[in-house]
Design a protein around this ligand. Structure first.
Ligand SMILES: [Zn+2]
Length: 299
């Protein structure tokens, strides 16, 4: 089992709606349930600045590294700026690069962090500083490890940064299924967007997702899939307005892995959002995704 994890992932946000302690708790849950062993975890290196610059503008990188973001830019991030935050997001991006490589070898892999899909080339927002998945795709393309990639984004919030970064790039297909009446506004178009009504439950969600996956793989065959397995479509989520159950979310994960396997596409998972009233629910949802990813790894 390939699970990328580092103690350094903790964003040190303190008492914030984003429970960055979830990364460590998810690792502990996987071990406690016997779903993973200590040797299944791989430690990433931070992304190199050159890799980050494959996606982000030099001016933005400079401001992040030197602590010179403006007050407005920090407000837009919605997380407090700190040296620890910057170290953590560089490490998360390195983790997504590594997860991409491991998925190409093993069929599936999980980065127990990342999925920061609201980050744009020139700014961060909505708890997202660097777009780790975009950085991973650009680095793997540069290495010649992949030509094309697909992003399957099942976070409750639309992947606006993803859409902004990849735009009309013919080599990267972007799919987002999300609650329509929720952040972000506006929503720049993905290759395929599915806008869901408030209160959408399991059956309707899973039917819409299946439809979206069939269409996505009908239109595009990627060398690698990045799956953003946000835990926030959960009905107890504080920042989401959909009504998926724990079983519904597990079914969602299986649909994604089954469809990718059908087209022989390796899948690298990143966690993305998750703000359940009880952090234990968020942790269970993420750990379950990792467990199912392992089921779908190459024998
Ligand atoms: Zn979200």
């Amino acid at each position: 089992m390939n699970i990328v994890y580092s103690e350094g992932y903790d964003l040190h946000l303190g008492d914030h709606v984003f429970p960055s302690v979830k990364y460590r708790l998810t690792k502990e849950k996987l071990i406690k349930e016997g779903w993973a062993r200590a040797q299944d975890f791989v430690e990433p290196e931070p992304a190199a600045d050159n890799d980050v610059a494959l996606v982000h503008e030099q001016d933005y990188i400079y401001k992040l590294k030197h602590g010179t973001l403006s007050y407005t830019e920090i407000l837009r991030l919605e997380v407090p700026y700190s040296r620890e935050l910057i170290k953590a997001v560089w490490l998360c991006a390195g983790g997504s690069i590594l997860a991409g490589r491991l998925a190409l070898e093993a069929g599936t892999s999980v980065n127990l962090a990342g999925g920061f899909h609201h980050a744009f080339a020139d700014h961060g927002e909505g708890f997202c500083v660097l777009h780790d998945v975009a950085i991973a795709i650009r680095r793997l393309q540069k290495d010649g490890a992949i030509r094309s990639a697909m992003i399957l984004d099942c976070d409750v919030h639309q992947g606006n940064g993803t859409a902004g970064i990849f735009g009309a790039d013919p080599d990267v297909f972007t799919f987002s299924i999300h609650q329509e009446r929720n952040y972000p506004y506006p929503k720049p178009p993905s290759s395929l967007d599915i806008n869901l009504e408030d209160g959408t439950g399991d059956d309707e969600y899973l039917a819409a997702l299946e439809h979206g996956l069939v269409e996505s793989f009908g239109r595009f065959r990627p060398d690698l899939v990045f799956y953003l397995a946000g835990a926030d479509p959960y009905r107890e989520d504080q920042l989401g307005g959909l009504k998926l159950s724990l079983q519904g979310l597990e079914h969602r994960d299986r649909l994604v892995f089954e469809r990718a396997r059908k087209y022989n596409a390796p899948v690298a998972v990143t966690l993305a959002g998750g703000y359940a009233r009880h952090v234990a629910d968020t942790v269970l949802i993420h750990a379950t995704t990792a467990r199912i990813a392992h089921e779908f790894a190459s024998p």
